[in-house]
Design a protein around this ligand. Structure first.
Ligand code: WT7
Length: 654
């Protein structure tokens, strides 16, 4: 976090960039002002990016009052998202590549899927879904590798009005089952196996295990990826490739209301189990399309590559929905940055002549550590814009990205946003802003960031200030509710600071009025750009028979940004051994998934608690950060000696 200290050096856009960009500095000022002065007119016009079946007359209808929170955009309009992402491009760019697919292994051929091909594939999959009994409003879980069929599945759902919920293929069977049950899904779409980094995850057999814990009415549609052996349950499992071969390629898009749910995406919060973030149809697609075009300065014919997985919101908005709504060519990569070696990203950029490249700071840090020769051996002359997302980027990684990858000539858009926000809320624009390494710079159009004093909730005005970040007013891409739990939605985002959307992030506004995200202010940690609730890891740990109690916090980690530090109290009589440590690590991996693997587990005979029994995480965080000087007030602890033991036995971070 201290890494984000404002830098004095700024990087203005080159005159060519400013001259050719969709938005230059003057245009940003004028458009931003217009978007705030008269949001209705602004968004009425911007919504024209999308084809409506029935035009809307109402632009926005927003209420942030606790107990009555409701968010509506373009509410009386109708449209179909797959129509906007596919059909409407057929007349002008049917033969243009919509999706470039680059497989895990460079020895396998890449695919170029045209908009016409996409139309056939999506329509066929939509008909397969219908034949399996899936209809408007039904939920479909997508648990897939990064293959074109994952995008077909998303678009097929939206074509028939089904609501998809993608579960990242790295999640465990237990996590998958929780999501199937959480949204009462009718169908799980998966693949036999997911190849990544030369290894294959047995997705179908994970799904088999998950489905043991789900209603026996849930069906499973299986896409062939590797041809690897899978078990088959007649009457439950369906072979996508066989069904698609016979399916009709004609499936008229369903007319959807702007406020009908488009997808659910589960994400971690500071308490309890992941919540199902609900995005709706009209506002989301307007916002995804607009941010994709403006933030990345996308022009017709550009090759756009977002390295995220479709299991995260970044993949939803900037691999599939935003680019395809804009008629772009979007690259979908199945593999990992370091396979077969650390030059893979750059080889793929060279091979497909990538113009915009969007990745996470954790990947940049990992690749930076491998040495410059992996980059320098590749021709990156087509790169024009670089982007980062997921966590604050430290200046060292920013400078490497700028100099070694971008050769000092590609603006870096440091996009701050969240699963909840649907698209970018703050970012520099490539032709408009003089970038500062580590700063998310400026609000996107229509976004009104507000910094509040955390305890009093008072608005902090002026520059050179810091506090918690809220957003006044709404934007079209905002989440609408938590699936099945509107009360949790209100409580999480609208109850701490009345009248605002609370982001959960801390934020600085520097002397120039530019924004710097300082990290989460709640019990959410950010591990390699993935959001993790410490409560989830804790509940996985205490589910183990030998664990009595656990407290989990983040600590600074060179590559991952934050690592997972666990304090574990064992049941009395249990021996703290290396073996048990390994067992607990594996246990969490199977309960949640590899991304939740504890980095460090410290045996804690006791945890620091207040007299009322509340764990004082502030202290645990400080110990994990080796910041003992700043433990703060420990006088309210029930047993202060606990802290000394924890300090003495803290884990070495190497
Ligand atoms: C949290 C949201 C939305 C894309 C991926 C993550 C952190 C995200 C940045 C950035 C600093 C960032 C915030 C945010 N974050 N982008 N550019 N600079 N922090 O989505 O899993 O919903 O996590 O990621 O803390 O609240 P997510």
């Amino acid at each position: 976090m201290s890494d984000t200290a404002p830098s004095t050096k700024t990087y203005p856009p080159s005159p060519e960039m400013a001259a050719n960009a969709h938005v230059d500095a003057a245009a940003y000022e004028a458009m931003y002002e217009a978007s705030i002065a008269d949001p209705e007119s602004f968004w009425r016009k911007e919504a024209g990016r999308i084809d409506w079946m029935k035009p809307f007359t109402q632009v926005k209808d927003i209420n942030y009052a606790l107990g009555q929170v409701s968010i509506n955009w373009f509410a009386d309009g109708t449209l179909n998202v797959s129509e906007n992402c596919v059909d409407r491009h057929l007349a002008t760019r049917g033969d243009q590549t919509a999706i470039i697919w680059e497989p895990d292994s460079p020895d396998e051929d890449a695919l170029h899927i045209s908009y016409s091909d996409l139309h056939v594939a999506v329509s066929k999959m939509a008909n397969v879904l219908k034949d399996l009994g899936v209809g408007k409003g039904d939920r479909v879980i997508i648990y897939m590798p990064m293959i074109p069929e994952a995008a077909y599945a998303m678009l097929a759902c939206t074509r028939i009005g089904a609501i998809h919920s993608i579960v990242f293929a790295g999640f465990s069977p237990d996590a998958l089952a929780a999501r199937v049950n959480g949204c009462d899904a009718k169908l799980v779409i998966t693949a036999d196996q997911a190849p990544r980094g030369g290894k294959a995850t047995p997705l179908k057999s994970n799904a088999d295990q998950a489905l043991l814990h789900c209603s026996d009415k849930v069906k499973c549609l299986v896409v062939k990826r590797t041809g690897g052996q899978t078990t088959w349950i007649e009457g439950r499992d369906y072979d996508y490739n066989a069904l698609a071969a016979d399916a009709s390629a004609d499936c008229p898009p369903e007319e959807m209301n702007a406020e009908d749910p488009l997808f659910i995406l589960y994400t971690s919060g500071s308490t309890g189990q992941p919540k199902g973030v609900v995005h709706t149809t009209g506002g989301y697609i307007v916002y995804a399309a607009m941010t994709h075009q403006i933030t990345f300065d996308y022009h017709d014919g550009d090759i756009f590559w977002c390295t995220a997985d479709v299991g995260w919101v970044t993949g939803h908005s900037y691999i599939v929905y935003g680019p395809l709504a804009n008629g772009a060519t979007t690259l979908m990569f199945e593999g990992v940055p370091t396979y077969p070696d650390a030059s893979r990203f750059w080889q793929v950029c060279e091979k497909h002549k990538v113009n915009q490249f969007y990745t996470a700071p954790t990947a940049i840090r990992a690749l930076m550590g491998q040495g410059n020769e992996y980059v320098e051996t590749c021709d990156l002359s087509d790169l024009r814009i670089l982007g980062t997302v997921g966590e604050p980027i430290n200046p060292e990684a920013w400078n490497w990205y700028n100099q070694v990858v971008g050769k000092g000539r590609c603006p870096i858009v440091d996009t701050w946003w969240q699963t909840e926000t649907g698209g970018h809320l703050m970012t520099p624009l490539p032709g408009a802003h003089a970038m500062k390494p580590g700063s998310a710079m400026k609000p996107f159009f229509g976004i009104r960031p507000v910094i509040l004093e955390p305890t009093t909730g008072e608005v902090v005005e002026g520059n050179d200030v810091e506090g918690v970040l809220c957003i006044a007013d709404s934007w079209p891409g905002q989440m609408r509710t938590v699936w099945g739990d509107h009360e949790r939605f209100e409580k999480t985002y609208f109850s701490d600071y009345k009248g605002y959307y609370f982001t959960g992030d801390g934020c600085k506004r520097d002397a120039d009025g530019d924004y710097w995200i300082t990290g989460r202010v709640d019990d959410v940690i950010n591990v390699s750009g993935h959001r993790m609730g410490t409560a989830e890891v804790e509940s996985a740990l205490v589910a183990h028979a030998r664990v009595a109690e656990a407290a989990v916090v983040g600590y600074p980690h060179d590559i991952k940004g934050q690592g997972i530090y666990c304090y574990v109290t064992l049941m009395s009589g249990e021996e703290p051994t290396e073996e048990l440590r390994k067992e607990l690590r594996n246990w969490v991996r199977t309960e949640i998934g590899p991304i939740a693997s504890p980095d460090l587990i410290q045996w804690a005979p006791g945890l620091p608690k207040t007299r009322s029994g509340k764990i004082m995480r502030r202290i645990l965080r400080k110990i994990a950060e080796d910041d003992f000087g700043a433990l703060g007030d420990t006088s309210t602890l029930a047993d202060p000696s606990v802290v000394e033991d924890l300090i003495e036995n803290r884990m070495n971070k190497g």
